[in-house]
Design a protein around this ligand. Structure first.
Ligand code: HEM
Length: 390
């Protein structure tokens, strides 16, 4: 049995919800890679553990027996229905994932690549002659949603509405229950239609998926589909924004990429590590020690992947972006029972975005005297103005 003191050490921690004026990764850099510490703040008065070290974050993610994903939200928010598979524990998690996994394999995703190139090219060409754009609103948010709605099977003309719901859900925690209900209403309607007449899309596979040999019930199918909807809509724009923001201000590294586009898969992996935008949460299902701290059954943990992935104990020169990094076991997609199901799709989309952008606009910069804004929640750039010569 551990001798560690209870809920100690205690440290201040800022949740970073909503619009931020400071780069959230810099805020997390100041927190450091330290043993788990206890904190409370106005957004979550019950308090929770903050986990920053790579080894601790990985250990928690890989131990679903001791760390539950049910009732783990930080801040604590009661949702009217569970997000699935996110708010489930094994063995149920595996059952929900078994419906999605066959649809997310390279065999299913790779054929989408020509469409990704075409959509990217069309969007970039729409503003290239202008000599400026806001990367976040004109490109990073526009491209992934166009691919996603086709893959998922939602009516493309409603994409602004879908994007709005996903964005509010992910970046404004108090509005989550209302947004979740709105998203469920949309996907439930579509799922019911796809049960009647299935198409070749993910919604049809979910609508007609089987659990333990039985057709999945419509409520569970809705919870699964609504979760994919959220996973697929906001994380990619965040990563595209960070990547182009970095390359805009590091011309030598940008030139390396332009001279040899074959380096892109390594660049994607390194940006996923350096800008790990999603921070998972868990709740201890028993008393357990993590990194020297005693976590009590029922305590919740906030796992800062965006800090852990810059931990010098795991990555050489962790605070530098290196396109020649060899082993890169980053936690951007999580690990263990809930590892991201969309990782193959995400990697593909990011690689295509970098290739198409640099073929069309190889030289660009952030104009002087502009304010770049940021978002908490899924860590994102709120805006990123870029200019180039035409
Ligand atoms: C750069 C892009 C992305 C990042 C950084 C990301 C990150 C993550 C992370 C960290 C988790 C694990 C959460 C946890 O352990 O509690 C996760 C889960 C998930 N992601 Fe992603 N994701 C991305 C893109 C996508 C896309 C494009 C999709 C779908 C099309 C998707 C669908 C999902 C789903 C369904 C889960 C839940 C898996 C489960 O609970 O078993 N993600 N994602």
């Amino acid at each position: 049995m551990t001798t560690a003191p209870e809920r100690s050490p205690v440290q201040q921690f800022t949740m970073l919800a909503g619009v931020q004026s400071e780069d959230p990764f810099e805020v997390y850099a100041r927190v450091g890679c330290v043993p788990p510490f206890w904190t409370d703040n106005p957004n979550d008065v019950d308090g929770f553990w903050v986990v920053t070290r790579y080894s601790d974050v990985r250990a928690v993610l890989q131990d679903a027996d001791s760390f539950s994903s049910v009732e783990a939200f930080i801040p604590k928010i009661a949702m009217p229905n569970p997000m699935l598979p996110t708010e489930s524990d094994p063995p149920a998690t595996r059952k929900y994932r078994s419906i999605l996994l066959p649809e997310m394999t390279p065999e299913k995703i790779d054929p989408l690549e020509p469409r990704m190139h075409a959509v990217c090219a069309e969007i970039i060409d729409s503003f290239r002659d202008r000599g400026h754009c806001d990367v976040v609103s004109d490109f990073a948010r526009e491209y992934p949603i166009r691919i996603f709605v086709e893959f998922f099977g939602l009516p493309p003309e409603r994409r602004e509405e879908f994007r709005g719901h996903a964005h509010t859900f992910l970046h404004s925690p108090p509005q989550r229950p209302t947004e979740w209900t709105a998203i469920r209403t949309i996907v439930k309607e579509e799922l019911s239609a796809k049960r009647e007449s299935p198409a070749r899309d993910l919604l049809s596979s979910i609508a007609n998926g089987q659990i333990d040999g039985e057709l999945i019930d419509i409520e569970s199918a809705t919870n699964v589909a609504a979760t994919v909807f959220l996973g697929g809509l906001d994380t990619l724009p965040s990563n595209i924004g960070w990547s182009l923001g970095f390359l805009a201000s590091h011309p030598q590294m940008r030139r390396r990429l332009i001279e040899d586009l074959s380096v892109i898969p390594h660049v994607v992996e390194e940006f996923l590590r350096f800008y790990s935008v999603a921070n998972p949460v868990r709740r201890a299902s028993r008393d357990i020690e993590v990194g020297g701290s005693l976590i009590r059954q029922g305590d919740r943990l906030f796992l800062i992947a965006g800090r852990a992935d810059r931990d010098d104990a795991e990555f050489e020169e962790a605070s530098c972006v290196r396109f020649d990094r060899g082993v890169n076991r980053h936690l951007a997609f999580g690990a263990g029972a809930h590892r991201c199901l969309g990782s193959h799709l995400a990697r593909h989309e990011l690689a295509v975005a970098l290739a198409e952008w640099h073929e069309r606009i190889p030289e660009y910069r952030i104009p002087e005297d502009v304010e770049v804004s940021f978002h908490g929640g899924v860590l994102a750039m709120g805006s990123l103005p870029l200019v180039w010569d035409v």
